[in-house]
Design a protein around this ligand. Structure first.
Ligand SMILES: [Zn+2]
Length: 458
């Protein structure tokens, strides 16, 4: 996920600088009353977390969460990148994900010799450089702490406080050797994340004509927040809103079976997203994302449509793919080995055909999309996106815009913009399938599609 450092311009409007610790039992009771009485939570209700606080104390660093009641927690470290993980039963985090970002650079900068590198981003909390929290899977939540150096879990525990409870993780500095050994042990603690609500391949009811399956993939989710932008915009929220609006339009047309890789705020591993599309024998896969830049963030704007390629089309595409491919590690998952592609002529032919169709759709999507939205100055690019690697499902990744850009963030969080933009996306999808129906006859379509691809160099 993008770590967008808060700049002065990112300050919450009208919010005075205040301590992040809101521990007054009174406040807690006032906050919890309407939420717990409102119903709608699964039984038993997940405890609510309302505040997070990170600080350095001596050589140690502490991260604490104020919760409605105590939960059992397990903590361990992982390497590459260095993280501390806290696994929890499901917790309902009512905390702005921006709380876990590095602190704003509000303090006067000390004079540094020009050649010296700036210090790494810091929350002013020693070993803790940033943190995230959220759902991992049904019934499970997780806190992921990005470490600024090798650290050990000194303690993890939850203690009742008046009217509430406090979960505290204490980290202590560790040697490299000790950290690496602990990280190996930590990796063994992880069980693969399963998403039980992931749709399975279901045969259509007998007699009904088989509709093509369109998989819409809202990026990130749960503990993996995606990019954090200005005005408190969060990528996982923006893209889920877009995906749901798009799915509703496609379903209304009744030409496709539309499946979302996630319907709510839950983490789904990248590999699982691809497996969902393949399992359903999808005819099209559209992954929806939004970007954010830490520097020049307010200048770069507009939507970009990406396809997969072995070599990135440009440096920016390589950066975006690297970023998006880190989704699993942002959620505190062990890095997965990229399964090497099967080196087989049939596989290669299928993949070429799939990529050709992906290009055809990417081109048409950017044409339709520009009617409703701004396009990036270079709106079609390609790179090695893990989520686009199904060899047999035409796949594109749509970056809606930049959450670091004021105009884009205003658009992406507006219902009116979403309505126009999903209209155009649905039209592009209709166009793609209309052409495929027309081409239903001989092998000509693949040749044409391949030709179209060759002009873009892939
Ligand atoms: Zn993303």
């Amino acid at each position: 996920m993008a770590l967008l450092r808060r700049k002065p311009g990112f300050a919450r409007p009208g919010t005075p600088k205040r301590s992040r610790r809101r521990r007054l039992a009174l406040t807690l009771a006032a906050l919890l009353a309407p939420l717990t009485l409102g119903g709608g939570w699964a039984q038993p209700a997940a405890p609510i977390a309302i505040a997070a606080h990170a600080e350095a104390r001596g050589r140690d660093s502490r991260l604490s969460f104020t919760l409605q009641s105590c939960v059992a927690a397990e903590a361990y470290v992982l390497d590459a990148p260095a993280r501390a993980i806290v696994d929890l039963p499901e917790v309902n985090f009512q905390i702005d994900p921006h709380e876990g970002l590095p602190a704003p650079e509000s303090k006067p900068r000390r004079h540094r010799p020009a050649a010296q590198k700036p210090p790494p981003p810091s929350l002013d909390a020693g070993l803790i450089s940033s943190f995230r929290f959220g759902r991992l899977a049904p019934g499970k939540s997780r806190i992921v702490v990005d470490l600024s150096g090798p650290a050990a879990v000194a303690s993890i525990g939850c203690a009742p406080t008046p009217g509430a409870a406090e979960l505290t993780l204490v980290l202590a500095p560790a040697t490299d050797v000790a950290f690496k050994a602990a990280a190996r042990a930590g990796a063994e603690k992880q069980s693969p994340v399963r998403t039980p609500d992931a749709p399975a391949a279901v045969a259509p009811p007998p007699g009904s004509p088989e509709k093509p399956v369109v998989v819409i993939d809202p990026g990130h989710g749960g503990v993996d927040t995606g990019a954090l932008g200005r005005d408190h915009a969060v990528e996982k929220v923006v893209v889920l809103d877009f995906a749901k609006a798009l799915a509703a339009k496609l379903r209304a047309g009744d030409h496709y079976r539309v499946v979302l890789t996630r319907e709510d705020d839950v983490f789904v591993p990248l590999g699982e997203r691809v497996r969902i599309a393949r399992r359903l024998n999808a005819a099209l896969f559209v992954s929806v994302h939004a970007d954010a830049l830490a520097s020049n963030g307010d200048e770069v704007q507009g939507a970009t449509v990406y396809t997969v390629s072995d070599r990135a089309s440009d440096a920016e595409a390589a950066r975006v793919a690297e970023h998006e491919n880190k989704a699993d590690s942002a959620a505190g998952e062990e890095a997965q080995e990229d399964a090497s592609d099967v080196n087989d002529i049939l596989f290669e032919l299928t993949r070429r055909e799939t990529r050709a169709y992906s290009h055809v759709f990417a081109r048409s999507l950017s044409e339709y999309f520009k009617v409703a939205a701004r396009l990036n100055k270079n709106p079609r690019r390609s790179a090695g996106f893990v989520v686009l690697k199904a060899p047999d499902v035409p796949s594109v990744l749509l970056e809606l815009g930049y959450l670091s850009n004021p105009s884009d963030v205003a658009d992406l969080t507006s219902a009116a913009w979403r309505d126009k933009a999903t209209d155009q996306t649905a039209k592009a999808i209709d166009g793609f399938f209309a052409n495929r129906r027309l081409e239903n006859a001989p092998a000509a379509p693949v040749d044409a599609a391949l030709k179209a691809t060759q002009s873009t160099g892939n």
